[in-house]
Design a protein around this ligand. Structure first.
Ligand code: G
Ligand code: G
Ligand code: MN
Ligand code: NA
Length: 254
């Protein structure tokens, strides 16, 4: 209950901030963009991770407000970063699956993006596999509307959910993000190695991109490169960090 009151105040005071984790291209060795991850900058507790409060916001029916606040801050940042670099990196934002029940979502998202003079190409929307399970009939159509405007869509934590592979042809998905629990087992658990290879070849056949999450060691990165994974995210390349630190580390010329 205390937490709920705290969260209501936090929304009013906009105590949420994006951290940015780089996405790295193993072939060109360049940073391709980032994933924005919310942090609650709590007046007493300091930075609170999303795992501790996103589920509560979902229960309260308020997660959409945070997701839209994050999108607005990320777009503000991108507007600035696009002037620093012409590589035109994308930023991925996480949307709670609950949002897709909300009819005006697309209009709202487009309004936010346009208010920052950006186009949907700059944004990738990450949703967890679980979203597809709620399969109300409208969802593939809503995804198609987003795609038609130029957004790309990534399925997060892929391999941990319960979705049937049939969903992959029904929904316009651009990117599969291999969950870090599989990456963590590379060269340890043969079944997981096979699983990763299978996901990668399936994605290639379906013309989807693959991102491996949670890459922490060079042997993991080398193995992933050897099976054709190009885009990686993980502590080996960079932790989630503040906008200031991200800019200093990846967007300065010298
Ligand atoms: O940064 P961290 O690893 O603690 O993030 C944990 C999880 O929290 C992420 O996997 C993601 O699914 C979720 N998350 C992070 N940022 C956001 C956000 O802005 N909105 C929503 N809905 N979920 C987020
Ligand atoms: O969106 P998603 O729930 O996948 O968010 C990614 C989460 O994984 C974030 O909370 C981030 O802090 C975490 N993370 C990112 N890279 C690594 C990593 O290399 N190792 C571990 N253990 N966690 C990571
Ligand atoms: Mn994510
Ligand atoms: Na993930």
């Amino acid at each position: 209950l205390q937490m709920r009151n705290d969260l209501r105040r936090a929304l009013k005071n906009k105590e949420f901030i994006p951290y940015y984790q780089p996405k790295f291209d193993l072939q060109t060795r360049e940073v391709l963009g980032a994933e924005a991850l919310v942090r609650w900058n709590h007046p007493e507790k300091g930075l609170v991770p999303p795992f501790d409060f996103i589920p509560v916001l979902e229960e309260m029916g308020l997660v959409e407000e945070v997701d839209m606040m994050m999108l607005d801050m990320v777009c503000g940042q991108l507007e600035k970063w696009q002037q620093l670099t012409d590589t035109g990196g994308k930023i991925a934002v996480n949307f709670s699956g609950l949002q897709f029940k909300y009819e005006k979502l697309l209009d709202k998202v487009v309004d936010i993006i346009e208010s920052h003079k950006l186009t949907p190409k700059a944004i990738q929307i990450e949703v967890t596999e679980g979203v597809l399970l709620e399969h109300h009939d409208q969802l593939p159509l809503i995804f198609r509307d987003f795609k038609a405007l130029g957004f790309s869509i990534a399925l997060d934590d892929f391999g941990t959910g319960y979705s049937s592979l049939g969903y992959l042809s029904k929904y316009p998905i651009d990117t599969l993000k291999i969950d870090r629990s599989f990456v963590n087992n590379i060269n340890k658990n043969e079944a997981d190695d096979i699983l990763i290879k299978t996901i990668v070849s399936m994605a290639q056949n379906l013309k989807m991109d693959v991102v491996a999450e949670g890459v922490e060691t060079k042997p993991q990165a080398d193995w992933l490169a050897s099976i054709g994974v190009r885009i990686v995210q993980g502590y080996l390349f960079g932790r989630p960090m503040s906008a200031t630190n991200f800019e200093a580390a990846f967007l300065q010329d010298d």
